[in-house]
Design a protein around this ligand. Structure first.
Ligand code: AMP
Ligand code: MG
Length: 319
């Protein structure tokens, strides 16, 4: 008798994937590491007088990232809201009253499906997002290094079994981490410098002085070097790529408005935030560390989708 070919629905196939996912021991070992990462981050910050704030999940105004790809707006009693792509605008406002704070903040960014191949992109992820009043870039670089060193040290101490499970040797990097300017990196390695450098390096390093055309309007322009920003990325070695972005903030109304226009964005999309800037925003700086990406790096996982339980993979139906 001829065999009948059974065509499975995508829901059946996906259900099977999740069924197997939660029966694979790797998911629990990963989660033990991630739990320890978050605990180490929070402990470091509590011990350094940071307060924890709750995540703002929806807002009428948010970070412009990925704005021109898909809309996530929804109407509510005649007002338009959107899920936050980052908490940057809220951080710049809150820092007026709270000098140092952090948040484990979930972000929705509808990334294009091609980004799934990078191994680093999800369309829903979580950041450890923090902001510090009056912080200069050197303070932020030092703070970032201290957080990483604390996390790596705690993981080596508390997650020996998990590091063995993932066959991962985690080295504690030396401080200060190496710094390379965007210009130097471009000159030496060309447009693809980030991938090349990340693969070449054995320890995390800073990429600094990223130009305005590469960044959003809220990172501060160096008053002495127009169009160069007082910002930074932390790049993981061994090809794991970017793991942190941040910088000092543009806090003066006129300057923010000029930068919004320079980026060809519509100031009407930032009305409330601009009104607040007119009233006065203090100088501040901060950064965000992607939780799934640091988990991926520490465990040495091939794809960031394995650094979370229900990964939102760009372009795929994801539970
Ligand atoms: P950003 O300020 O946009 O660089 O975001 C801060 C950090 O969040 C980045 O350095 C990454 O670690 C993480 N992140 C950003 N976008 C994604 C994404 N699509 N998937 C996973 N992590 C991300
Ligand atoms: Mg970034």
């Amino acid at each position: 008798m001829a065999k009948v070919k059974v065509v499975k629905s995508r829901e059946e196939l996906l259900a099977r994937k999740y069924y197997e996912r939660f029966r694979n021991p790797a998911i629990k070992e990963m989660l033990i590491v991630k739990t320890q990462i978050r605990k180490a981050m929070a402990n470091y910050l509590y011990n350094n007088s940071f307060l924890e704030i709750s995540a703002v999940m929806i807002s009428p105004e948010t970070d412009p990232l990925c704005h021109d790809v898909f809309s996530t707006d929804f109407e509510y009693y005649g007002e338009t809201y959107t899920p936050t792509k980052s908490m940057i605008l809220h951080k710049m406002i809150a820092v007026s009253g709270i000098d140092k704070f952090f948040c484990f903040s979930p972000n929705l960014r509808l990334e294009e499906k091609e980004t799934a191949d990078s191994g680093r992109h999800l369309f829903e992820f979580t950041q450890l997002d923090l902001e510090v009043k009056d912080a200069h870039r050197d303070d932020l670089l030092k703070l970032g290094e201290e957080i990483y060193i604390h996390v790596f040290t705690e993981i080596k101490k508390n997650c020996k079994k998990q590091l063995d499970f993932f066959n991962r040797e985690l080295k504690i990097p030396e401080t200060p981490f190496k710094r390379i300017t965007f210009e130097e990196a471009m000159d030496k390695f060309g447009k693809n410098f980030e991938v090349i450098l990340s693969e070449k390096m054995e320890e995390p390093f800073w990429l600094i002085d990223i130009p305005d055309w590469k960044r959003e309007f809220y990172d501060k322009e160096d008053p002495k070097r127009p169009k160069i920003l007082l910002d930074m990325d932390l790049i993981y070695p061994q090809g794991f790529g970017e793991g942190l972005s941040g910088g000092m903030r543009e806090n003066e109304y006129e300057k923010i408005k000029e930068r919004i226009i320079r980026q060809k964005l519509d100031p009407n999309d930032y009305k409330l935030y601009l009104e607040l800037a007119k009233l006065g925003l203090p100088p501040s700086g901060g950064f965000g560390i992607g939780i799934e990406r640091i988990t991926r790096y520490i465990c040495g996982l091939k794809h960031v989708k394995d650094a979370t339980l229900f990964p939102k993979i760009p372009g795929e139906l994801s539970l």
